[in-house]
Design a protein around this ligand. Structure first.
Ligand SMILES: CC(C)(COP(=O)(O)OP(=O)(O)OC[C@H]1O[C@@H](n2cnc3c(N)ncnc32)[C@H](O)[C@@H]1OP(=O)(O)O)[C@@H](O)C(=O)NCCC(=O)NCCS
Length: 254
């Protein structure tokens, strides 16, 4: 069984969730979305610590075996927010930063990431973490919970459009993708694809450093662990990764 511990006042657990053992589970390029600074950078992260968590085992509550990030935002009645944004992960982080700047009261929680150590995967732990996140949303008085989900199996099919991938189902009607399946089994409903969820621009030197690939020809480049090809322009000395994610809407208990 796993539990969530908020990172508020827990610098020890904060250090652990950003240490290489957990941070290093993500490919280098994924850590360079500039919008992420509005959550992880100073002073934003401190404002978000109530919904940033270490995942722990209850009998070893000081050891992080994973991490879970979410961000509260104002949804009901805010002009321009009638639908979940095409800009997915980036978009909801921007909404939340705007809300904090304007002092808007949040009524919704967006999950941003759940990562478990490989030793703690494959035993249903992620569903427990997702459920704990929904209960935290309820405890914080938030009415809605959503997630711009990064389907884990999509890494094996970078050339398939997300719209074709995300709605694939198994014979039992559940999503073919394992991570979307966890969300749907937990009661989540797939709302739509967010085609511009994470946009990661870089010079060719940066992309070479992040991936070890040559980036010496213009056109789409398949990068290990990316969900779509990175678009490279040698003439303009840049490459851009545009990752689609999938909006899932959850029910907050109570
Ligand atoms: C996403 C993640 C949290 C899921 O955690 P998990 O503990 O592996 O999840 P579960 O044990 O509940 O397994 C979920 C489903 O995936 C399946 N699964 C697990 N490993 C798999 C694999 N290597 N290949 C295919 N399916 C797999 C399981 O069978 C299960 O499906 P089922 O219940 O229908 O049988 C974990 O894989 C992880 O930390 N990944 C890296 C970070 C990441 O990509 N996070 C998601 C985006 S934020």
């Amino acid at each position: 069984m796993l539990a969530l511990v908020s990172l508020r006042g827990r610098d020890d657990l904060t250090d652990q969730v950003f240490a290489p053992a957990i941070q290093g589970l993500w490919p280098q390029f994924a850590l360079h979305d500039p919008v992420a600074d509005l959550y992880f950078g100073d002073p934003h992260f401190d404002a978000c610590r109530d919904t940033a968590f270490a995942v722990v085992e209850p009998d070893r509550p000081d050891i992080a075996v994973g991490r879970a990030f979410a961000v509260p935002f104002a949804w009901d009645g805010v002009p321009g927010r009638e639908a979940l944004p095409d800009t997915g992960w980036d978009g909801v982080i921007r909404w939340a930063a705007e809300d904090r700047a304007l002092g808007r009261k949040p009524d919704a929680l967006s999950a941003l990431e759940i990562t478990l150590l490989p030793t703690h995967r494959g035993r249903g732990g992620s569903a427990v973490v997702l459920d704990a996140m929904r209960r935290h949303a309820a405890e914080l008085g938030l009415k809605h919970m959503v997630a711009p989900v990064r389907p884990t199996g999509k890494e094996a099919e970078p050339l398939t459009p997300m719209a074709a991938y995300a709605y694939r189902v198994r014979a039992d009607g559940l999503p073919a993708d394992p991570w979307l399946r966890v969300h749907v089994r937990a009661g989540g409903r797939i709302e739509r694809v967010a085609p511009l969820s994470m946009i990661i621009p870089g010079t060719l030197a940066q992309w070479r450093a992040w991936t070890g690939l040559p980036f010496d020809a213009s056109g789409p480049v398949v990068v290990p662990r990316a969900l779509a090809p990175v678009l490279c322009s040698v003439e303009h000395d840049h490459a851009v990764y545009v990752e689609a994610n999938v909006w899932v809407r959850h029910v907050v208990p109570g």
